[in-house]
Design a protein around this ligand. Sequence first.
Ligand SMILES: C[S@@+](CC[C@H](N)C(=O)[O-])C[C@H]1O[C@@H](n2cnc3c(N)ncnc32)[C@H](O)[C@@H]1O
Length: 281
Amino acid sequence: MPDREKVALDGVPETLLWNLYQRAAEAGRPDAVLRDPKAVELVDALDYPFADRFGAGRLGQWQALRARRFDQEVRRFLDEHPDGQVVALGEGLETQFWRVDNGRVRWLTVELPETAELRARLLPDDPPRRRTVACSALEEEWTRHADPANGLLLSAQGLLMYFEPDQVHRLLAWCAERFPGATMIFDGVPPWFSRRTLEGRMTTAQGYQAPPMPWAVDAAEKARIRALDGVAELRDLRPPRGRGPLYGALFPLLNRLRPIRELGVTGLPIMAVRFAAPAHA
Ligand SMILES: C[S@@+](CC[C@H](N)C(=O)[O-])C[C@H]1O[C@@H](n2cnc3c(N)ncnc32)[C@H](O)[C@@H]1O
């Protein structure tokens, strides 16, 4: 067996390993709600104490349904813009490209240098269709590589909650100005969840502590986003139906009710923002 890749990440970058592990745990089941062989391959290829740090991967279905909802939006975008570009901010070791590839999409990963380096070792770029920019999503550098000519979809899965509210608002306003007409899909955490992370109380039984998530989403926060310059529309994206009595029956039923959905117990809030299209002369 070839040597496995050692990974040493901490803070927010380490959270990508939690996501990958949960997704792979689900994808490894015969009745998985998400097909993701690449995630399973990656977990097998990494030298990292996944189970000691995160437990048995019991939130696999939860995480996989979140990923599936993002996939659904990317596929919808690619149906309309088969040669479009997807810009995945804070992509970590997401393997979404391999789940949705239509053979034509161009894919830009934007990651912090330390994570970009890990991704380069495990999932090397394959230009011209798949490339990485190693910089913060909050820096202007990546926008020079984004190309809206054939349609542009921005995605920030599991990223914005780690930013301060001002940073999220500035990023959205900034994208609205640079990419009029584009859509951005992202998720967030509800206020109770954010508070627990800020108080250091979001821990696994194994002692892993989730990093602080200062940005929380509730109805008031959605109203603030809708009021940002250049934001034309904010839509909630409901998590898809899964398997079993909870994910297959109870949660989908409860998720029809917005106030319950906003509690974030039945799935984290996932949203799509559409930026106003340029005014034609
Ligand atoms: C919870 S992980 C999500 C990874 C991936 N999107 C997923 O859903 O599996 C958070 C990711 O955000 C990245 N990240 C944190 N701060 C960032 C920043 N300022 N700019 C770009 N990426 C960032 C981390 O390196 C990490 O990969």
